[in-house]
Ligand binder design. Structure first.
Ligand SMILES: C[C@@](CO)(OP(=O)(O)O)[C@H](O)COP(=O)(O)OP(=O)(O)OC[C@H]1O[C@@H](n2ccc(N)nc2=O)[C@H](O)[C@@H]1O
Ligand SMILES: Nc1ncnc2c1ncn2[C@@H]1O[C@H](COP(=O)(O)OP(=O)(O)O)[C@@H](O)[C@H]1O
Length: 317
């Protein structure tokens, strides 16, 4: 029997991110580290479709779909449950994630799924939360989730969830060096504790980097890219040193490990140059895959809201 053709669906797209700067302070009693980070949302997207259903279920597509948990720990499912609980509604939903952001790559793909699922279920269920209310729920789901809602360029303080939009001129082009085996964020913070420890002082956002962004100066931005977690990521994945070196030799304006890694982000002079850096990384075998992206781009946005025409396929149910 086929599913009724009247089910409504909402599709939302949310971006991955690169941390242009990431200053990390000493671990607090709650296990988290105070951060001062500058996020840029980039053109690698997660697409989340929320469809009316009697029970709640999840399906995933995309190259790395098999690496994504489909049990209750999935961040998109957690987002749907949290929204239902917070608003007192109890409808089912089928969530489909089409993954375009590398999994466990330090680019916050799971966080983008959570932000997109919040927005999609809010529209599907008509719960009508404000951006502020959605932001509060997002911060409960993970430190990076609020930024996936906001997008563009922002300074993140606290755990990374206290956001202030930052002025950024121009478009920046990146080549990404990807690794098939991801790095665990808690493990990288753990290695940071052992190797560096971090200062007692609250970390501050990098002034030179913010100036470069507001001036629209890619050369100055390249020189200012920083990441306090980079040494810890390199300790756990030493081969990243080669990826960084090859991108630098290919003329990147700056290279940095994004967040907890292992994705290496190389800032290019142009879209054409980003393709050349990606080709150099492929040719020298220092990455399992490469991508080119640009930023900044907008945060989670509704793409379509339709009465579903097609019944769900067996795979999607
Ligand atoms: C490092 C960053 C930089 O943007 O990104 P990713 O590399 O994960 O993309 C983030 O801080 C990650 O944010 P997110 O992945 O949402 O982390 P959460 O789910 O909140 O926390 C996962 C774990 O990371 C550690 N954690 C996270 C944030 C923070 N400020 N201090 C921490 O020590 C804690 O061990 C925590 O249990
Ligand atoms: N929807 C999701 N997509 C990807 N990973 C998820 C998701 N929900 C939970 N996870 C878990 O979170 C981990 C890190 O996710 P991800 O956001 O892709 O990377 P990172 O935290 O490095 O930016 C994954 O290894 C996976 O175990």
């Amino acid at each position: 029997m086929t599913t009724s053709t009247t089910a409504r669906e909402v599709r939302v797209r949310a971006p991955g991110k690169i941390n242009l700067a990431l200053a990390v302070g000493r671990r607090q009693d709650d296990g988290y580290h105070p951060l001062a980070t500058v996020f840029q949302a980039v053109s690698a997207y997660e697409e989340v479709t929320a469809r009316e259903a009697e029970t709640t279920s999840l399906s995933v597509s995309g190259e790395q779909a098999d690496l994504v948990p489909t049990d209750a720990s999935n961040l998109a499912l957690r987002a749907a449950h949290l929204l239902a609980e917070a608003t007192g509604v109890d409808p089912g939903v089928h969530l489909h994630l089409d993954k375009g952001v590398p999994v466990a790559g330090g680019m916050a793909g799971g966080s983008a799924d959570a932000a997109a699922a919040l927005l999609a279920c809010d529209a599907l269920w008509g719960t009508g939360l404000s951006r502020e209310q959605l932001h509060e729920l997002a911060a409960e789901l993970g430190s990076d989730v609020p930024f996936a809602l906001l997008g563009q360029t922002a300074v993140g303080r606290g755990r990374g969830d206290l956001l202030t939009p930052a002025l950024s001129r121009g478009e920046y082009h990146w080549a990404l060096g990807l690794r098939t085996s991801g790095l665990s964020t808690p493990q990288v913070f753990g290695a940071f504790d052992e190797l560096i420890g971090g200062s007692e002082e609250d970390p501050e956002p990098d002034r030179a980097l913010l100036q470069a962004l507001s001036a629209g100066d890619p050369v100055a931005l390249g020189q200012a890219l920083t990441n306090d977690l980079q040494a810890a990521a390199l300790e756990l994945a030493p081969q990243l040193a080669e990826t960084l070196a090859v991108a630098e030799d290919a003329g990147a304006l700056g290279v940095v490990v994004s967040g907890s890694g292992p994705t290496v982000a190389a800032l290019a002079r142009s879209g054409q140059h980003s393709l050349a850096i990606a080709a150099a990384m492929t040719a020298s075998g220092v990455a399992d895959g490469v991508r080119t992206v640009s930023g900044p781009v907008t945060g989670a946005r509704l793409v379509t809201r339709t009465a579903a025409r097609e019944p769900l396929s067996q795979d999607e149910r």
